[in-house]
Design a protein around this ligand. Structure first.
Ligand code: SF4
Ligand code: SF4
Length: 99
């Protein structure tokens, strides 16, 4: 079988689970730069300042869903994510049922 040149979401999560807390927080900072949540109608005006809910999980400030632009985000492609509304539904890991 031909070897795929991109990891699957599960492989990325496996890699990230081996990171130290310092490496993980550096990785999240890096992904925050690419996260487009700040331009999302669900995000704007909520007072939320965190980003990258696909990795960190649900927002404590966002309650009402007003559309999700995650499908157009580079992180979605980079990590092979398949879901949306991470801010209200939980991280990709949670949505994939990975512990
Ligand atoms: S996929 Fe969504 S939550 Fe994750 S970084 Fe992109 S916009 Fe933010
Ligand atoms: S996770 Fe989706 S719905 Fe939530 S703020 Fe980011 S783009 Fe908007």
């Amino acid at each position: 079988m031909p070897k795929e040149n991109q990891n699957t979401f599960e492989q990325y999560m496996e890699e990230m689970s081996k990171m130290s807390p310092e490496e993980m927080s550096a990785k999240i900072k890096e992904l925050d730069q690419e996260c487009i949540c700040g331009m999302c109608p669900t995000y704007m005006g909520t007072g939320e300042e965190k980003l990258t809910f696909c990795v960190i999980g649900k927002s404590t400030a966002i309650e009402k869903e007003n559309g999700c632009i995650c499908p157009g985000c580079p992180v979605q492609i980079e990590l092979d994510l398949k879901w949306d509304y991470y801010c209200t539904k939980g991280s990709g890991k949670e949505l994939a049922g990975i512990r």
